[in-house]
Design a protein around this ligand. Structure first.
Ligand code: AMP
Length: 395
């Protein structure tokens, strides 16, 4: 058996999965959380049973030691049967990393340098890499970048129309995120339809707490809604999505907001939360049912933005063969899916309400058999995609 350990590190937590790369089964998974906090702990899940341990975890190195102990105690033992490769999610690969990359000291220097573009994400990823390398010094470690899938976006789409010299000096351009998810889901959609990926023009809506939409032509990303940072595009749980940049100048001039205030506003106090007081789409739905006008308005803003991007991306692709919904909201909310496509009949989209209402963990079609565009729900699996890419990188 060839097992892959997949690590998704944040600044104060990391998720892990041990995946059998032959059967693609998850052998164990877990979460080390609140690193450096007094309430730190680990949850390790194996064979459907969750094991929780509260213990002091001062840093990522201690977190990996706790993970190793959990594997020893609850199985499967990594001491007896170490993974063949460790795959790490890294958020920002800038213009340097186009594909999964075996991690060397030079690669780490580059990831650190790219922290300027992803200050909230790359430093945590690097801490996870360092701690995992200490734990598994003799095993290859592979970085899989969120931005890499979007490296095929053409210059006409990734270029912001600002002074070229300023943009080049500060690496300002669209990079795009959620690439691992968009890549996995578009591939799985082609498999589901039993059609070659190369023949399909797809629009993939990744609607989770973070949200982005990507236009994918023949398996290649050609346009995506996030930009240099994960702020623009769709309305998200707490992030604003698109805002007139002049608004920020206005707030800096007249509301005396500084850089940190604006950062906090756009990342943490905006989106569905900023408009309604709720972050979770389920809570928003409950509030709408209870007659809350602000919640209704937040939903309308959320849906309007999705419709805008659907039309824009259909035009960028010159037509659409498949529309795919994925992630927490996309996989679970038939109401959101129906609302996004309510006016898409002119494109030839026909939704089957019964199919749309089905709840399942499997890929499924929600359009009618005579719909001109196939509309699918495809559960995302970023960890599996990272495992596949890590194995491919060392093969
Ligand atoms: P993710 O970031 O992909 O884990 O998605 C998380 C989000 O999915 C949550 O904030 C919820 O808004 C949404 N979500 C999860 N389950 C449901 C559900 N049954 N109905 C509507 N939204 C859901």
């Amino acid at each position: 058996m060839r097992a892959v350990l997949v690590i998704n590190s944040g600044s104060s937590s990391f998720k892990y999965q041990l995946i059998d790369s032959d059967s693609e089964q998850v052998l164990a998974s877990g979460l080390v959380e609140r690193i450096g906090d007094e309430n730190s702990g680990i949850t390790h899940t194996v064979e459907g049973t969750k094991h929780r341990r509260e213990l002091e975890i001062a840093d990522h190195t201690a977190g990996f030691a706790a993970m190793m102990d959990a594997f020893s105690e609850f199985g499967p033992s990594l001491q007896d049967d170490p993974p063949t490769v460790v795959g790490h999610r890294v958020v920002h690969g800038g213009q340097r990393f186009f594909e999964p990359t075996i991690i060397t000291d030079l690669v780490k220097i580059n990831i650190e340098d790219l922290s300027e573009l992803a200050p909230l994400h790359n430093p945590g990823g690097l801490q996870g890499i360092n701690a995992a390398q200490q734990q598994f010094p003799d095993i290859p470690h592979v970085a899989v970048f969120d931005t890499a899938f979007h490296q095929t976006i053409p210059a006409a789409a990734y270029t912001y129309a600002i002074d070229r010299a300023v943009a080049e000096r500060h690496r300002v351009r669209k990079y795009g995120f959620h690439g691992t998810s968009h890549q996995f889901v578009s591939g799985a959609a082609a498999t589901f339809l039993e059609r070659p990926l190369a023949d399909l023009r797809q629009i993939v809506f990744h609607l989770g707490n973070g949200a982005s939409v990507t236009a994918i032509d023949g398996g290649k990303s050609v346009e995506t809604s996030m930009g240099m940072t994960p702020i623009p595009g769709l309305v998200m749980g707490t992030r604003s999505g698109d805002v007139d940049p002049g608004v920020l100048l206005h707030l800096m001039r007249h509301a005396r907001m500084d850089v940190d205030d604006i950062d906090n506003l756009l990342n943490k106090r905006s989106g569905v939360l900023g408009l309604s007081g709720h972050t979770d789409m389920r809570d928003l739905s409950d509030a709408i049912d209870a007659g809350d006008d602000k919640a209704r308005e937040a939903f309308d803003v959320y849906i309007h933005r999705l419709r805008l991007y659907l039309g824009a991306y259909a035009s960028v692709l010159g037509g659409v063969d498949v529309i795919v919904f994925t992630a927490g909201v996309g996989e679970n909310s038939d109401v959101v899916r129906a609302a996004v496509l309510e006016k898409a009949g002119f494109l030839g989209v026909r939704i089957d309400p019964e199919r749309n209402a089905v709840r399942s963990h499997d890929a499924r079609r929600i359009s009618t058999d005579d719909s001109a565009i196939d509309v699918l729900v495809v559960p995302t699996n970023e960890e599996l995609e990272i495992a596949r890419q890590a194995v491919a990188a060392i093969s």
